[in-house]
Write a protein that binds this ligand. Sequence first.
Ligand code: ADP
Length: 550
Amino acid sequence: MNGLMMHQPLLVSSLLTHAERHHGRQEIVSRRVEGDLHRYTFSDLAARSRQLAQALEALGVQPGTRIATLAWNGYRHLELYYGVSGSGAILHTLNPRLHPDQLEWIVSDAEDTVLFFDLTFLPVIEELAPRLTSVRHFVLMSDRDHLPDPAGPILAYEDLLKAQDGMYDWPEFDEAAASSLCYTSGTTGNPKGVLYSHRSTVLHSFAVALPDSVGLSARDTVLPIVPMFHVNAWGLPYAACMVGAKVVFPGPDLDGGALYDLQETEQVTVSASVPTVWQGQLQFVKRRHLRFTTLRRAVIGGAACPPAMLRELEETHGVTVVHGWGMTETSPFGTASVLKNTHLQAKPEERYAVQGKQGRCVFGMDLKIVDDAGRELAWDGVSAGHLMARGLWVMSHYFGQADNDPLVDGWFPTGDIATIDPDGFMQITDRSKDVIKSGGEWISSIEIENIAMGHPDITTAACIGVRHPKWDERPLLVAVRKRGSDVSAEELRAHFEGKMAKWWIPDGVVFTDSVPMGATGKMLKAPLRERFQDYLIDVGPDAAQLPSSP
Ligand code: ADP
């Protein structure tokens, strides 16, 4: 016997309808590519998203058609989030930090038919357009005053909207339909498409909003710094509508000072970005002896949050760090390091140790760790194994690869190595391709980097496994010194003593000006491994080498 309850499909448009009816006067503030600050309400967003849906219809867009965007975080991009998915088409966000050849490959793989782009990307589009053979319309996300002369085939976004009256009813369809598409970073081989559904997107929004994750409410002002062009800005554009939080979009300028100004003037309470962007902000406020006066929670993910950053945000600014882990394949929210009541009486050091982990699951997401043979490992906080995920917003297949089942017994192999403690807090020790295998034992590159970045003279540190005649592989630290610092390799190596097992201490330290970063804010270790793979053989270990015996 079925329950006798209404059946309403979980659709992206229902988030917008809710925001319009119940939070219509709530604000959305955007720093625009055109240079000014734009301000409107959820009511305006809803009205313009309907006009956009009509405009798409006028361009001949059918349900299921892929519509690409190449854009920063801003209100027009948000209208595309709702207008495209709400009308039944699929929003495909492109990462502008990718190489044009990669963009060409992705657009062709997705068969995008319309491409919306911000003014910043006009030169890229002008160069790429002839190669994007599936794209029938290019739309500049601005008004006609900003069109190039001659505009050629490029349309102006505001013209498209002006031509429509907004009298549009969001269609109702199966919640299993696809809503948006995002490609993985493609650090190994070609990027792969992850196709989210309306159902997974709405359920993911609930999870993001929960108190034990981002904890978003109608009393918050959220600044999604994490880009809307990569994994839907961690679902914040949807979760904000779900709860009626004020939204502030930073546009293209992610400089520490620009972000700080926006945070203070708009009284932001929750801000979310990768560690490198947080580092820029912290450096800015430190240099000028400033404080975050309204910020309450700092959501940090995409790469490990260094403990020193966590401590600085908590102790200097009174900001609670929510350290999160996820990936494109998990929509992306997987875990968050929000404390349980058993931690509340703990000393700060113990609390930081828990918060520094990547966190625990909320309902809807599940994790396990397994050994090389697939046997599940204990949740003892020590045993490290391959991290496997499953849940209501975890991918089942890659886009266009229906015949290729990536799951193992119904679990998605994340490619991460992790421990899980008895309270369910997961800690990433490595990406499986980055793990350092010294004499058959594993050394965590992340732990070494965290300690290195805790040194007051170090801004960035990457630890890689390089060839060693006796132990196969040993850790080498590639570090960037703070401006003006002349800290030596010996001093840096001494900083590790007492903080980890002696045989984990890197055999060598190389100082560089910068560490290569990928398109999604992660350190690229492959080029470092290539460059330094024979360092210990050619140069040898540092003079003050400590015994390295696994
Ligand atoms: P995203 O850009 O959202 O991080 P990707 O799919 O590009 O998604 O990358 C996912 C990978 O990033 C994870 O498998 C993991 O290796 C790494 N990652 C994400 N968050 C963290 C974190 N908090 N700590 C360590 N690694 C992380």
